[in-house]
Write a protein that binds this ligand. Structure first.
Ligand SMILES: [Zn+2]
Ligand SMILES: [Zn+2]
Length: 429
């Protein structure tokens, strides 16, 4: 009897190890067999790009695909967002997978048969429209992942929420949009998402590579406007007034000193840049007012708050010291894209199954609205390579430019990564 139960146990153990192995192999096989479709979808979206909050046809095609897979589909979330809910055959957590779907006002210069010829108006200026950040690849990858996971439905231990989000690059003037609005409209609720995964293709990272980082991977991006008010006077007699131009130059030095002298840079990076300075009309008039506009990038919420306080203090006190005033307006933008350390550690082996080259990177001072989801629930955001093997990273065209180019074979790594992350997360619960 004992002998038999040991035998049964060893068969069961052997079988479970065997079936686990089969599962990984199945995932790899599925990622390979869906690749052709993923490339076809990507080319379709690349040729038919749409701007943020105007992704009508894009959303239609996504919804049609998700419906054809038999899942529950919600449309019109945050203007053009689409959400598909795939309920697995077994109980388990709700995993969120997110892709952004918007294009940019950039006129494509890449010579491919599926290049965009679409033109539109952006803030009243006519421009070509292009998927110049690679969001077309994100849509195609997630559509592929949706198809593969739908085929595994009865064995899925939980639910997957496929979140196709508009306007990551920002909503048109005067409109809300993107991840913030999706969250506001309840995209993470009923069923409640327990963990969320998202990726971005990178034109400067070799195909097959995955870049990740625990904690702050992308910066919070806040905008500031400083209005310095002095007293207008003749340029020949500055002592007769209060010169806001000189005060502004002192404030800029003060802002640089916040980063250089008052911020613990060994903990996290921080950036303050003045991008616009405007004041005055001619050589011999000292004007009344100068306006400065700039950006603040931080990777830690505590540091972000401290930097904001210091900007207010520095600007107002420097102005006060010479009898001027400074009004400081800080407009909060995208939060820090924060990768939950426990989730990152737990899921790293899944990324390593998807790629033999998983690199722990330095933080990026760009911003990303995936941060709004990761503020609500534990999230993991990472990059996949799209750089052709024969191109050096320094020769890759930057995102948001007319020559932006992605090697489509990089998408397979994205499909594999999202599949492994979803299945492993469900299995580890
Ligand atoms: Zn972008
Ligand atoms: Zn992007």
């Amino acid at each position: 009897m004992r002998k038999i139960s040991l035998l049964v146990l060893s068969i069961l153990l052997g079988f479970s190890a065997f079936s686990q192995k089969i599962k990984d192999a199945t995932v790899l096989k599925s990622a390979a067999s869906i690749e052709e479709k993923v490339i076809k979808w990507r080319r379709h979206f690349h040729e038919n790009p749409e701007l943020g909050n105007r992704e009508f046809k894009t959303a239609e095609k996504i919804a049609e695909h998700l419906k054809s897979l038999g899942m529950e589909v919600k449309t019109g979330i945050a203007y053009t967002g689409v959400v598909g809910i795939l309920k697995g055959g077994k109980p388990g957590p709700v995993v969120g997978l997110r892709a952004d779907i918007d294009a940019l006002p950039v006129t494509e210069r890449v010579d491919v048969p599926f290049a965009s010829k679409v033109k539109s108006e952006y803030n009243g200026i006519s421009s070509g429209i292009m998927h110049a950040c690679g969001h077309d690849t994100h849509i195609a990858i997630l559509m592929g992942v949706a198809e593969v996971l739908s085929g595994m439905k009865k064995d899925l231990k939980g639910t997957v929420k496929f979140i196709f989000q508009p306007a990551e690059e920002g909503a048109p003037q005067g409109e809300e949009g993107g991840a913030e609005l999706m969250v506001k409209e309840g995209v993470l609720k009923s069923p409640d998402v327990e963990a969320i995964f998202g990726l971005h293709i990178s034109a400067g990272t070799p195909v097959g590579q995955i870049n990740y980082k625990s904690e702050g991977i992308m910066a919070a991006a806040d905008r500031f406007v400083i209005k310095v008010k002095g007293k207008q006077t003749h340029g020949s007699r500055p002592w007769g007034g209060v010169d806001p131009i000189t005060v502004s130059s002192q404030i800029i030095t003060g802002l640089n000193n916040i980063v250089a002298r008052q911020t613990e840079l060994t903990k996290e990076a921080a950036v303050i840049s003045v991008g616009l300075i405007r004041g005055g009309i001619r050589n011999n008039i000292i004007p009344e007012e100068v306006e400065m506009i700039g950006t603040i990038r931080t990777l830690d919420t505590d540091m972000q708050n401290k930097v904001h306080d210091k900007i207010r203090l520095t600007a107002t006190k420097i102005a006060e010291s010479v009898g001027a005033t400074a009004e400081v307006d800080i407009q909060i933008g995208y939060p820090v894209t924060y990768n939950d350390p426990a989730l990152t550690a737990k899921m790293l082996p899944s990324l390593q199954k998807a790629s033999s080259s998983v690199v722990n990177i330095n933080p990026i001072t760009g911003a990303e609205d995936f941060s709004f989801y990761a503020k609500e629930v534990p999230g993991l955001y990472f990059f996949i390579g799209g750089l052709p093997a024969d191109v050096k990273p320094e020769d890759a065209s930057a995102h948001h430019t007319p020559d932006f180019y992605i090697d489509e074979s990089g998408m397979r790594t994205g499909v594999k990564a999202l599949l492994f992350l979803t299945l492993d997360y469900m299995n580890k619960k």
